[in-house]
Write a protein of this length. Structure first.
Lengths: 338, 276, 287
């Protein structure tokens, strides 16, 4: 188990995000879908970012690699990456795209270029960055397709994307991401669009690859079940902020933020009792344009107090827990939240 | 449970896409795609049948056939022992209503909530004049929506609110059967819980007969009185949730069960270790 | 909000044009509408404003350049061009509009049917569109002129026969996309007949795009009308029309250029105004 917040300069830190702000628009129309997000990821670890739609989790990931959509930009904080132990921290992370950092995306049906064969798709980045010859590229493609457990890789290399199923395409995307020998893999909801069975297989695959290659993986998803299966440490995001951070075990067994607790309680499990209503969190996430001061969850929180609506955001330690929480009442509430 | 009147039944339903139609069926060798392969189901009055399966297994096709939106290749749909024809009259159309998956395409973007509901009430002569406003208010209350959404267009509503409007729309014509086709799948977990609670309440208060379709076994199990598992157009397993979950027979069902969360797994990871 | 909706909100916020009230005054649709309104007003009152009769020959004043007395100059018959150009606007605007409206109605209707019902209805409409489109417009109109004689009738019939095609294809595509939305299925499942579904649910969502195209088509229609009249096949004298005036001034283009230029500028003016309206409407439909 990785100790929660040991400084990453002493561990093999790979990614350091400090006080990240992502902004859209200017002046009066300015909104910030991501505010004050800080995370550290270590070499070889599986780090999960969990949140519902609109929490800013995807944007945070895209900000790392500078792939923000049109109109959004990073406007505060810092991002630094250190791919090799002992190397310097690099701030211009975009240059490392395909050269140490790779990303896989959610929609396997549209993520592959339909006019390119599978083999070419997988090796196009590697050929560009490592100058491989055609035969070298072919061999690499076969090797990678085998690593992602696609049957009969020699034949797959020549196939077209439309001949593959969603799960197979996702494997191809993973192979493509691995082709450039990354040290950090960013995953933006890669299993959300897949069937449950296939999802399972892909998660197992990602876990194995991570361990074999000692790869750091950041996994963004809304699915708590997926997080549970793949990640060691997680950050829970709500309305653009990290509200809780810690190991999966700690956070799931003893959540230290009312939102996390609410999220866990609202998920139906196989043994939920149909006679009891599910614990739903009333209301919805606040529109980023309508944020006022104070805790962004306060309006929906059953433990809120007047001060909660005016406090400033801070992610801090909680007595008796290893997790960090943004709830100012975390110390008092620990019993009530589990 | 046996001995209850059967409200909805399907017998030997077959839906084949792209195959030869009509009189040249015998002549052409084009196979087409078999979406539904001889499926039979029964839903007793006031109960919920959960239909689970992955994408492409045919569950949505079954929903469309029951709702009269899709013509079956063969097979019979019966409501209260009366055969529902493929082409539904206006009166028949009221009997089965559907709630759709995608909140962003389920509502006409140009109509306010009030207009959407009013149109239905008027078309079927269910309310006129002042009675309309009252009925609409009732419907909103039923699904847990504030009256403030009435003059708002779907664009300004959240996913959860849109789904509730979709449920209100379905209930407006007072159907005998409600089909929820992945009705909560596109919603966030916390919103999903709220909408599920609403459906549970409606089940109880209105005695709704419901067909609940989903790919999520945990959600389905929560709301259903009986469960049927589908794969590749066939039902591979069925029974009460307890039976299906505690002793899944079919490998697909077993895979589904294995992949679905259990409470103890979430709460403490002490037995499992983190990465199984 | 869904992630998608959030992204949209963010992009909208990033784009300062939207929601900025100060730009409401510079709304292109408003400007365009004002321009057209001004033209219509002048078209109606031009003879009173200028004090000249558009048909009055005055050979003593022939081929005069623009002056205080004749603001646009005179043509070879001494007729005041200002009055002529603006009186011609009545016919040009009206016929230009009809030349877009009639095909629009036909095309939107056929396109809706093709997209909504699909299968053989769609096939028939598409193939008919192919056939019509492959036939050159001008030849068609010339044939019509031979049949019906020159004049606005041939122009309108020609437009009705050939210009609906683009509307139909456009609307068909839009309707296909609309049809895939669940609210259409919901309306059908609720027992609404095809007619209701089409008028209440399909058409209102398909019209905005058709109207935006229609604005562009208006300019095309006007251009076609002027070309025909220029060739002598369109509006016949004594009715006054821009293309006609351009033709009249052609021989004098090098020396008394104002005769042809004035109506030419009028056509451009309408083109700009209508385009502004189209841009304004397009912005509204994408909100």
């Amino acid at each position: 188990m990785i100790e929660a917040e040991a400084s990453t300069s002493s561990k093999a830190g790979v990614l350091r995000i400090a006080n990240l702000v992502v902004q859209a628009g200017r002046g009066q129309d300015m909104t910030a879908p991501v505010t004050d997000v800080s995370l550290d990821v270590c070499r070889g670890e599986a780090f999960g970012i969990v949140g519902e739609s609109g929490s800013g989790k995807s944007l945070t990931l895209r900000a790392v690699i500078d792939l923000l959509p049109e109109g959004l930009r990073r406007s505060g904080g810092s991002i630094a990456v250190r791919l090799d132990e002992g190397a310097d921290w690099v701030s211009d992370v975009a240059t490392l795209r395909g050269r140490g950092i790779s990303m896989i995306f959610q929609e396997p049906m549209t993520a592959l270029n339909p006019t390119m064969r599978v083999g070419d798709i997988v090796t196009v980045g590697a050929r560009a960055h490592r100058g491989l010859s055609r035969t070298q590229a072919h061999d690499l493609a076969v090797e990678l397709l085998a690593e992602v457990r696609l049957p009969d890789p020699e034949a797959q290399v020549r196939k077209w994307p439309h001949q593959l199923s969603g799960g197979q395409r996702q494997r191809v995307m993973i192979a493509m991401a691995l082709a450039t020998d990354p040290k950090l893999l960013l995953c933006d909801e890669p299993t959300t669009a897949l069937d449950v069975e296939v999802q399972d297989q892909i998660l197992q695959l990602l876990d194995r690859i991570r361990r074999d290659r000692h790869l750091a993986v950041i996994f963004v998803t809304h699915d708590l079940g997926v997080i549970r299966r793949l990640c060691e440490r997680i950050a829970v995001m709500y309305a653009g902020q990290v509200v809780e951070q810690g190991t999966v075990r700690d956070v799931f067994a003893a959540p230290t933020h009312p939102y996390t607790a609410g999220l866990l309680a609202s998920m139906p499990t196989l043994d939920s009792d149909p006679a009891h209503p599910l614990t739903a969190i009333p209301g919805g996430q606040p529109d980023p344009r309508e944020r006022r001061g104070g805790c962004r969850f306060a309006d929906r929180c059953e433990h809120d107090q007047p001060d909660c609506h005016t406090m400033t955001y801070a992610l801090g330690p909680v007595r008796g827990h290893a997790s960090l929480s943004a709830c100012r009442r975390a110390d008092e509430l620990t019993g009530a939240l589990s | 449970m046996t001995g209850d009147t059967t409200r909805l039944s399907i017998d030997d339903l077959v839906v084949r896409y792209g195959g030869p139609d009509g009189w040249w069926r015998g002549l052409s060798r084009k196979p087409g795609f078999l979406a539904v392969d001889e499926v039979s189901l029964r839903i007793p009055a006031g109960q919920t049948l959960g239909l689970v399966g992955g994408s492409g297994c045919g569950k949505s096709t079954i929903a469309k056939v029951i709702a009269g939106l899709q013509k079956p290749t063969s097979g019979v749909v019966q409501l209260d022992d009366r055969v529902l024809p493929e082409r539904r009259s206006k009166a028949d159309a009221r009997l089965v209503q559907m709630v759709f998956q995608d909140p962003s395409s389920a509502l006409n973007p140009r109509l306010t909530v009030r207009q959407t509901l009013t149109e239905l009430l008027r078309t079927h002569g269910l309310a006129t004049g002042t009675a309309t406003a009252r009925r609409i208010a009732e419907l909103l209350e039923l699904v847990g929506l504030s009256q403030r959404v009435l003059d708002v267009r779907p664009r300004r509503l959240s996913g959860g609110q849109r789904q509730r409007v979709g449920i209100a729309r379905a209930l407006a014509v007072e159907p005998s059967v409600l089909i929820a086709d992945e009705a909560v799948s596109a919603l966030d977990v916390s919103v999903q819980a709220a909408v599920l609670n609403t459906l549970q309440r409606l089940k109880r208060d209105l005695g709704l007969t419901m067909l609940f379709i989903s790919h999520d076994l945990a959600v389905t199990r929560y709301i259903s009185d009986s469960v049927a598992v589908m794969q590749a157009g066939r039902i591979v397993e069925r029974g009460t949730p307890e039976v299906v979950l505690s002793n899944p027979q079919h490998p697909y069902t077993r895979a589904l069960v294995a992949a679905s969360p259990r409470h103890d797994q979430i709460a403490s990871l002490s037995n499992e270790g983190v990465n199984t | 909000m869904t992630e998608q909706a959030l992204m949209e909100v963010m992009t909208a916020a990033a784009n300062p044009r939207r929601g900025a009230s100060r730009l409401r005054l510079l709304d292109p649709a408003l400007i365009g509408a004002v321009l057209i309104a001004a033209l219509i007003v002048l078209a109606l009152v031009a003879p009173m404003v200028s004090g000249h009769d558009p048909a009055l020959n005055n050979l003593a004043q022939r081929l005069q350049p623009p002056s205080g007395q004749h603001w646009f100059g005179t043509d070879q018959f001494g007729r005041d061009l200002f009055t002529r150009v603006f009186v011609a606007a009545r016919i040009d605007l009206l016929l230009g509009l009809l030349g877009a409206l009639i095909p629009a109605v036909i095309g939107i209707g056929l396109g809706c049917a093709a997209g909504y019902f699909g299968r053989w209805v769609g096939t028939i409409v598409l193939r008919l569109a192919d056939v019509i489109q492959s036939f050159p417009n001008y030849i068609l109109v010339i044939a019509l002129v031979l049949l019906l004689g020159p004049g606005p009738k041939s122009f309108l019939v020609g437009a009705a026969i050939s210009a609906w095609v683009t509307y139909a294809r456009l609307v068909r595509g839009v309707v296909l996309r609309i049809r895939s939305n669940d609210y259409i299925a919901a309306a059908q499942a609720a027992g609404l007949g095809h007619r209701r579904v089409l008028t209440r649910h399909v058409l209102p969502n398909a019209l905005p795009q058709a109207i935006v195209y229609g604005a562009s088509d208006l300019v095309l229609s006007l251009g076609f009308l002027c070309s025909l009249s220029y060739l002598g096949l369109g509006v016949q004298p004594p009715a006054i029309e821009w293309g006609q005036i351009i033709a009249e001034g052609q021989t004098f283009l090098r020396t008394q250029w104002w005769i042809s230029i004035a109506p030419g500028l009028a056509i451009i003016y309408v083109g700009i105004a209508v385009r502004l309206i189209a841009v304004g409407m397009e912005r509204r439909t994408t909100e």
